[in-house]
Design a binder for this molecule. Structure first.
Ligand code: CO
Length: 270
């Protein structure tokens, strides 16, 4: 089954304009993915306020920059600038505070933030983060497609990141080629450039940039396009109760209350 979900223009952080595609009224989540934001602008005022210090617990956050930079620092003493083509893979685990400030390069900013839920046994692991350079992210080119493997694998090539909870995260550029894939239980295709046709079983849908398709109950799917691009997210749902409150995703209300208490008592500051 193919389901189209339109992105929603929202404002988050200190007033950053985003296209939110997962974590909206139309698509609350695509288990194990709980948020996908696209920040893409040629106007400084859309994002200059950034995302001042804020906490996370119970998830991993993945930032992928295509154009522009992402300056960040966190309560573990890490700081740096994520450049075009680079990825920051952060395990919030039991808790971290961080600040994220997008910056234009040559008048452009284009990047993504994805949140992956963690199963209960991993929610309270030690926080850690990885800065993955452009050269560390494998790219496979074949038959009119180019696949950048951020996590998971494509054609036996392993991605740059081994995540705490396994997922596929691919940036696929199509130039008269097709991206054929065995479906996972959860499959998200976000069109970031041009338009593509997604086919699964006897269904076929054409979809334009800025929108997403959920592929459900299919054994495989195919994406075709010309001068277009998609992000593909694949995974297996975590079959546990979920309570979400802002930047915290836990299994019970009590764990959420604990997270808020820990934040308020500065227990996440180190
Ligand atoms: Co954050």
């Amino acid at each position: 089954m193919l389901k189209i979900v339109n992105g929603q223009q929202v404002s988050d952080g200190a007033g950053v304009r985003l296209n939110r595609v997962i974590g909206t009224n139309s698509l609350d989540n695509a288990n194990p993915f709980y948020l996908l934001d696209e920040f893409r602008s040629d106007k400084k005022e859309d994002y200059i306020a950034g995302f001042p210090m804020h906490p996370h617990r119970g998830i991993e956050t993945i930032t992928y920059m295509i154009e522009g930079n992402f300056i960040h620092r966190d309560s573990q003493g890490n700081e740096g600038s994520l450049k075009a083509g680079e990825v920051q893979w952060m395990t919030a685990g039991k808790g971290i505070l961080h600040e994220e400030m997008p910056q234009m390069e040559n008048g452009h900013l284009w990047g993504y933030q994805l949140w992956i839920n963690l199963p209960s046994k991993l929610k309270m692991i030690e926080p850690k983060y990885r800065h993955i350079k452009k050269s560390e992210i494998p790219i496979v080119e074949k038959d009119g497609i180019q696949v950048k493997i951020i996590a998971g694998s494509f054609e036996e090539v392993q991605g740059a990141v081994v995540s705490s909870y396994p997922v596929d995260y691919l940036d696929v550029r199509l130039d008269k080629g097709s991206f054929d894939r065995e479906a996972k239980e959860t499959n998200i295709i976000y069109v970031h450039s041009g338009k593509v046709t997604v086919a699964a079983g006897d269904e076929q849908i054409e979809i334009e940039a800025g929108n997403l398709i959920v592929v459900e109950e299919a054994s495989s799917f195919k994406v075709t396009g010309e001068k277009s691009g998609i992000l593909y997210l694949g995974g297996t749902p975590i079959k546990e109760p979920v309570y979400r409150y802002g930047p915290f995703i836990m299994n019970t209300v009590d764990e959420i209350i604990q997270a808020v208490d820990d934040y308020n008592s500065s227990a996440l500051d180190k």
